[in-house]
Design a protein around this ligand. Structure first.
Ligand code: MEV
Length: 422
C-alpha cells in the first residue's frame, strides 16, 4: 500500500465535507468519529466536566497539511479562532519538506511535584533525612498509582533545593514523576500529598510541609523540533538574513519577544486545545521556560553555510493522550486519532514542530510584505457577513474591500447596497 501523504495541494479550496472525507481516509476515521467531530460535546458531558454549566463555547477545528516529521506524514488538528494560522503553518510545512521536513526529540514525560517545607531551623538536617528516606518516599508515592508504575512510569527520583525567600529559608522537594502518556497533574498532586507524612517525619520539630502541587515549569519534559528551510523557497538569502535579524530583535527585546513567542503559541495552543490538553499549563510552562535567564525567544534562527535558514525550538510541553479532556471530550478524541500519535511524547513533538512552522510563517510575513495583507481576505469575509452578505455575495463584497484596502462594516454595507440595487 502506498504511504499516506499529508502533502495535499488545494485542500483549502475544498468544502468542509470534502476535506473531512480526505481526513477520514488518511486517519481511518469511523462514521462515529466523524459524527463526534461535528456534534461535539453534549451538554450532559459538559455538565460533568465543570460546575454551573449553561452552554458551550466552540472553536473552529482546522487541519494543518503538509507536515512531515521524522520522515512521517501528519495531518494536524488545530483549534483556534484566528484566521491565517492554519494556512500559514501548512505553507511553512510545505517549504520544510524540501529539506527533509521537521526533526524532533523529547525527554521522558517527567513532571515535577513540588513540596514546600517551611519553618526550617536546620536545613542540612532536613536534607540529610530526606535523602536517607528517599526510597521510602518514592515507594509511598508509587503506591498511589500502581497502573502508572505497571506502564513503566511513576515516581523516579527526588531533587531537594534550598530556597531563599523574603520570609525565610525554605526547603523545596521535587518529586520527579514519569507520567507516561498522561499530562499527569492528578497523579503528581496525589503523590505529592501522599508522601507528606514521611517528609513531615523527616522534619520532626525542624520544619513542616506547606504546599504540595505540580510545577508547570516542566523542565524535565522538554520537546524539541528543528528544520532547515531552503533559502530560495523563502525568497532568497536576503530574506534569510532578515529573518535572522527578526530573531535578534526578539532576543534583545522582551517587548518584541512576547509577541514572537505569542506567534509560536498560536500554533502550539491550537494543537493543545484541539487534543483536549491543558493550554494554561502549557502556556505558563512555555513562558516560564522562556524567562529562565531573562525573557528569551523559544525559537532560535540561524543561517547555515548554504545560506539556508535553520530553526530550533525547545520548550516544556506537558501534553497527554489519556485522561482528562483528551478522553472525555469526543472532539478531542477524534482530533487525537487524526494525529495518529501513539504516545504523549509524539504528540508534544508535533506540537513543537507546529510552533516552529508558525513562528517562521509570522517572521516571513513580517520581514517581507507585513502580516495585514494575509489577514485581510478572511477578515474581509467576516466583515461582509457581519454586514449581512450571504452566499456568493460574501466573496464579492470581501474582494471589493480588499481591493480598496478598506475593510470596515460600514463600507461592506454600502457595497452590499450598491450591488443589490444593481
Ligand atoms: C499574531 O497572532 C502573531 C504575530 O504577531 C507573531 C509575531 O509577531 O511574530 C504575527
Amino acid at each position: 500500500m502506498a504511504e499516506k501523504t499529508s502533502r495535499l495541494s488545494g485542500f483549502y479550496k475544498l468544502t468542509p465535507e470534502e476535506r473531512l472525507r480526505i481526513v477520514k481516509d488518511f486517519a481511518d476515521l469511523t462514521d462515529e468519529d466523524i459524527s463526534q467531530l461535528t456534534t461535539g460535546l453534549h451538554i450532559e458531558q459538559a455538565d460533568r466536566m465543570i460546575e454551573n454549566v449553561i452552554g458551550m463555547v466552540s472553536f473552529p477545528l482546522g487541519i494543518a497539511t503538509n507536515f512531515m516529521i521524522n520522515g512521517k506524514d501528519y495531518l494536524i488538528p488545530m483549534a483556534l479562532e484566528e484566521p491565517s494560522v492554519v494556512a500559514a503553518a501548512s505553507n511553512i510545512a510545505k517549504i520544510a519538506r524540501v529539506k527533509g521536513g521537521f526533526h524532533t526529540s523529547s525527554d521522558e514525560p517527567v513532571m515535577i511535584g513540588q513540596i514546600q517545607i517551611v519553618d526550617v531551623k536546620y536545613t542540612e538536617m532536613v536534607l540529610q533525612k530526606i535523602s536517607y528516606r528517599k526510597d521510602e518516599i518514592l515507594e509511598k508515592a508509587n503506591e498511589q498509582d500502581p497502573m502508572l508504575v505497571k506502564l513503566g512510569g511513576g515516581a523516579k527520583d527526588l531533587e531537594v533545593r534550598v530556597l531563599e525567600t523574603d520570609c525565610e529559608t525554605m526547603v523545596i522537594v521535587h518529586l520527579l514523576v514519569d507520567c507516561r502518556d498522561a499530562m499527569g497533574a492528578n497523579a503528581v498532586n496525589t503523590m505529592a500529598e501522599a508522601v507528606t507524612p514521611i517528609i513531615n517525619e523527616c522534619c520532626a520539630g525542624n520544619g513542616r510541609v506547606l504546599l504540595r502541587i505540580i510545577s508547570n515549569l516542566a523542565t524535565h519534559r522538554l520537546s524539541r523540533a528543528h528544520a532547515v528551510f531552503d533559502r530560495d523557497m523563502l525568497g532568497g538569502e536576503g530574506v534569510v538574513d532578515d529573518i535572522v535579524k527578526a530573531y535578534a530583535f526578539a532576543d534583545a527585546d522582551p517587548y518584541r519577544c512576547a509577541t514572537y513567542n505569542k506567534g509560536i503559541m498560536n500554533g502550539i495552543d491550537s494543537v493543545v486545545i484541539a487534543t483536549g490538553n491543558d493550554f494554561r499549563a502549557v502556556e505558563s510552562g512555555a513562558h516560564a521556560y522562556a524567562a529562565m535567564s531573562g525573557y528569551k525567544p523559544l525559537i532560535k534562527w540561524t543561517k547555515d553555510e548554504n545560506g539556508d535558514l535553520n530553526g530550533e525550538i525547545e520548550l516544556p510541553l506537558a501534553m497527554g493522550i489519556v485522561g482528562g479532556a483528551t478522553s472525555s471530550n469526543p472532539v478531542a478524541k477524534t482530533a487525537l486519532k487524526i494525529t495518529g500519535v501513539t504516545t504523549a511524547r509524539e504528540l508534544a513533538e508535533i506540537a513543537a514542530a507546529v510552533g516552529l512552522a508558525q513562528n517562521l510563517a509570522a517572521l516571513l510575513a513580517l520581514a517581507t510584505e507585513g502580516i495585514q495583507r494575509g489577514h485581510m481576505s478572511l477578515h474581509a469575509r467576516n466583515i461582509a457577513i457581519m454586514a449581512g452578505a450571504e452566499g456568493e455575495m460574501i466573496d464579492r463584497v470581501a474582494a471589493i474591500m480588499v481591493e480598496e484596502g478598506v475593510v470596515r462594516q460600514a463600507r461592506a454595507e454600502e457595497i452590499l447596497a450598491e450591488i443589490r440595487s444593481g
